[in-house]
Design a protein around this ligand. Structure first.
Ligand code: ADP
Ligand code: ZN
Ligand code: ZN
Length: 832
């Protein structure tokens, strides 16, 4: 029997800890409770072995083994190890992120009397309580009560046993140790699915004389085929008419005519029943779609790991290809996982999945309650749900026989987790496919440069869909030079004259308009004209956004006039005078979506205006309501932040206006141009998806910038070529690998000193193959009261970068810089 086990704990330390096996040898992948610096922590066993630890420290025993079988499969354990290695993250923290929730693994135990227990029971009955027992008499009596209860030899649920005998858990544990009882897990794992009570006619029961009420109930159950949910029974019109009391059913049960069983509740999905409706993505695929599907299907048939990039322009019908590919996986007896961005999993999407795949579908997203999540998790793990759709963390779903992973809108930054472990869901998806010999398809109209570069190098097979379905044209894109506009009008209007005219014309034709105004709130800066200071958040080095109180039809409760920090949520009332210099000349700068909406109302008093941003869309149902109103045409003018650019397929939209999207070009982030290009392309892609062609007007102060130019020309390849050139010159990904190292702390001095210390180490280490920028104050120098400095590391090779980061951690440790004050962000998506 192995004497030790190594346990990964959710602490910011890059190592596992050794504990002595205590009776039960835990399985690798099982959870255990162990003592750790005065606390009790839950960890995951990563190795069991016999190697006596040599460093002379005291080895403590495991306190409790929580799982008999591993909770994480071998495959997921391997994936965790890869994530820890690749992202230089503590394995325990990676595992914590992958673990199902407590509700998903709550277990039920049952107890059964053993031969030894039976002997004790009979001897005890003959001789009275054993005088040698150290237990108080009261507990001894309880033990007999327990044995008595179990005498018939059947297993009893822990909950039933304890309520019948008042026996504490510790007492039962003691009886298990004495081998009087056997404890067994009731089910392989707890079925977290909600159950409901079903009344069942007992076959061959001799029917005695019954009263009218009793007969009515039996007739009702018989009419339903001998089984009927108790809730349905109580709602039955016939019984209600007779006003049959609930106790009648109980009487029938007592007389052995009806039995009550627990049955799993019908599978439901956010209130969507299975209706067998034909789903929106069941089209006869066009040639390009067939070809794409053919490539995916061929790879699945061939077997083995195959990564692919599906580059399909907006409106080329990627979703239909995903659906068809998932069906192929099902047909081949495999399961398929579809990852979607945070905002992509709308109830409409869920409804279509359900219409297409019925009870085969499971959904994993942040809107589920723990119990709902648990239900989904178990259905997946039991292999009942073989089609899984979910957001980022669904990449860890306990899939059975995984054959296909699809990553929709693979460029979307919501796949990047911005807390430890800072993994990228897309890249983890690729690795997971690799460990499963599965096919993985990354789909986008604007692939990330990383994925594109991988397809250029032949690492990913590239599939292209370069036309819209039904040969619909891409919209024409025109630029409106806002510098000229200002010169000619002498005014700083949010909306240019061409955009106002086109909007009016479009509304007049009874078509729909979408306008992107990519900042929420009313004004995003409050500036003092006397001292030049912006009003900043108390907790962050960030200008606060002005939000107007909302009056009128809006049903959400809003606080009044306020300034809000969009990073930490801090709010304050709007000052009358500058907090720095007491001047009264406060100036509100920069229009957000709220102001945009107000201005549009003035310009188009007859338009039916809707707004989509994080102030109006708090949850999935808000989103759904807005989309329904758009689809029906109830809203004909929608203004909003980048939320409006994401995948929506609204056929009546023929005009898209873009306001201030080029502002982001000025941000200190090497991905700025890529983001602007993606946003422009995606939002343009919302126009002309129906029978009528679309048009896009982009207001810009940088009309000559290549990101704007190439987006206007629908020239992804041209943009990428130019952008890759810049990345090569500047040694940025994908021309290099990059990590952002953040040094953070609540004392400015201390944090700066740490940054300085690490900077000196970098200088002294004279790293050959790593470029180090910094230390510098992070672009957001203070966030949620934490000061931040950073280094950007760029290397030619992944192994060199990893090696450097580990060396850095070792150095930080020897210099007593706490691990929690260092953030390593490998393949950082944001450098802010
Ligand atoms: P993408 O995600 O590539 O932008 P979608 O998958 O949303 O495109 O599809 C765009 C629209 O075209 C949807 O309304 C979809 O129902 C429709 N569609 C997809 N494939 C076909 C097809 N083969 N024939 C007709 N319509 C299609
Ligand atoms: Zn001032
Ligand atoms: Zn803040």
């Amino acid at each position: 029997m192995p004497a030790y086990c190594d346990v990964a704990l959710p602490v910011p330390l890059d190592r596992a800890f050794t504990y002595a096996v205590n009776g039960v040898v835990p399985a690798v992948g099982a959870r255990v409770l162990v003592p750790f610096s005065g606390q009790r922590l839950m960890g995951v066993v990563v190795r069991v072995h016999d190697e006596q630890p040599t460093d002379g420290i005291e080895i403590k025993p495991v306190q409790q083994v929580l799982d008999e079988a591993p909770l994480l499969s071998d495959e997921l354990m391997r994936l965790a190890a890869w994530i820890a290695q690749y992202y230089v993250a503590p394995l325990g923290e990676v595992l914590r992120g992958m673990m199902p929730l407590a509700a998903e693994v709550r277990r039920q135990f049952a107890y059964r009397i053993s031969e030894a227990g039976r002997r004790v029971l009979y001897e005890g009955a003959a001789k009275g309580a054993s005088r040698r027992s150290r237990l108080p008499a009261e507990d001894q009596n309880r033990e007999y009560a327990v044995l008595n209860y179990l005498e018939d030899g059947k297993a009893a649920k822990a909950s039933a046993l304890r309520s019948a005998t008042q026996a504490r858990k510790a007492l039962l544990d003691g009886m298990v140790r004495k081998k009087w009882l056997a404890r067994e897990a009731l089910a392989e794992e707890r079925d977290a699915r909600r159950t409901e009570r079903v009344a069942v006619l007992v076959p061959d029961a001799r029917i005695p004389k019954l009263n009218e009420n009793q007969t009515a109930i039996l007739a009702e159950i018989a009419a339903a085929g001998g089984r009927l949910r108790v809730t349905a029974l109580s709602q039955s019109a016939a019984l209600r008419e007779l006003s049959v009391p609930a106790s009648t059913l109980a009487t029938l049960v007592k007389r052995g005519l009806v039995a009550i069983e627990d049955a799993p509740e019908d599978f439901r999905l956010g209130g969507l029943p299975a209706n067998g409706k034909k789903h929106a993505h069941e089209h006869v695929l066009n040639e390009a779609q067939m070809e794409a599907l053919g490539s995916i299907a061929a790879a699945m048939a061939q077997g083995g790991f195959k990564p692919m990039l599906l580059y399909g322009i907006t409106g080329s019908g990627k979703t239909s290809v995903y659906f068809a590919a998932m069906q192929r996986a099902l047909d081949a007896g495999k399961s398929a996982l579809l990852l979607v961005p945070e905002i992509g999993l709308t109830p409409a999407m869920a409804g279509q999945m359900f219409a297409a795949f019925g009870a085969n579908v499971a959904m994993l997203h942040s809107g589920l309650t723990p119990d709902e999540r648990a239900e989904q998790w178990h259905r997946i793990r039991r292999g009942e749900a073989r089609i899984v759709v979910g957001t980022r963390s669904a990449v860890f779903a306990p899939m059975v026989n995984l054959g296909l992973i699809l990553v929709d809108e693979e460029h979307d930054s919501s796949y990047k987790q911005e807390e430890t472990p800072r993994y990228h869901g897309r890249d983890v998806a690729v690795m997971r496919a690799k460990f499963n010999d599965a096919v993985v398809v990354l789909g986008s109209a604007t692939p990330s440069l990383e994925s594109w570069a991988n397809s250029e190098k032949g690492r990913y097979l590239r599939i292209e869909m370069l036309t819209r379905v039904m040969d619909r044209p891409l919209p024409t894109v025109e630029l409106v030079d806002m510098r000229t506009e200002f010169k000619e009008t002498g005014r700083e209007d949010i909306f240019s004259r061409p955009l106002v005219e086109e909007t009016q014309a479009t509304l007049d034709r009874a078509e729909q308009v979408i306008i992107l105004l990519n900042r929420r709130g009313y004004s995003f800066t409050v500036l003092c004209r006397s001292c030049g200071e912006k009003i900043e958040c108390e907790n962050c080095a960030i200008a606060m956004t002005y939000h107007k109180p909302v009056i009128g039809t809006d049903l959400h409760a809003h606080p009044g006039d306020r300034l809000e920090c969009h990073y930490c949520g801090f709010r304050r009332s709007v000052p009358k005078i500058c907090p720095k210099c007491q001047s009264e000349h406060l100036y509100y700068l920069g229009a957000g979506s709220q102001q945009g909406e107000e201005r549009l109302q003035e310009l188009f008093p007859n338009a039916r205006i809707g707004r989509m941003d994080r102030d109006t869309v708090r949850g999935r149902s808000d989103m759904e309501r807005l989309l329904t109103r758009l689809h029906s045409g109830e809203i004909n003018l929608l203004v909003g932040t980048q939320m409006i650019a994401k995948g929506h397929d609204i056929h009546g939209v023929t005009l898209v206006g873009v306001v201030g999207a080029d502002f982001a070009l000025g941000l200190p982030d090497f991905r700025a141009a890529e983001r602007v290009f993606q946003l422009l392309t995606q939002v343009s892609g919302r126009a002309g998806r129906g029978d009528l062609p679309g048009r896009v007007l982009v207001q810009t102060y940088h009309p000559e910038h290549y990101a704007i130019q190439r987006a206007a020309a629908h020239d992804y390849a041209g943009f990428v070529a130019k952008e890759l050139e810049y990345r090569r010159w500047m040694h940025y990904p994908p021309a290099s690998v990059l990590a952002n190292v953040i040094v953070q702390g609540d004392s400015l001095q201390q944090t700066a000193a740490w940054a300085h210390t690490l900077g000196r180490w970098f200088a002294a280490a004279r790293l050959n193959n790593v470029r180090v920028l910094g230390p510098a104050a992070a672009p957001i120098a203070r966030l949620k009261r934490i000061y931040r400095f950073h280094f950007v590391l760029k290397a030619e090779r992944r192994d060199v970068l990893g090696h450097t980061l580990r060396a850095l951690l070792a150095h930080a440790q020897s210099d007593e810089i706490p691990r929690r004050n260092l953030i390593l962000d490998v393949d950082a998506v944001h450098l802010m």
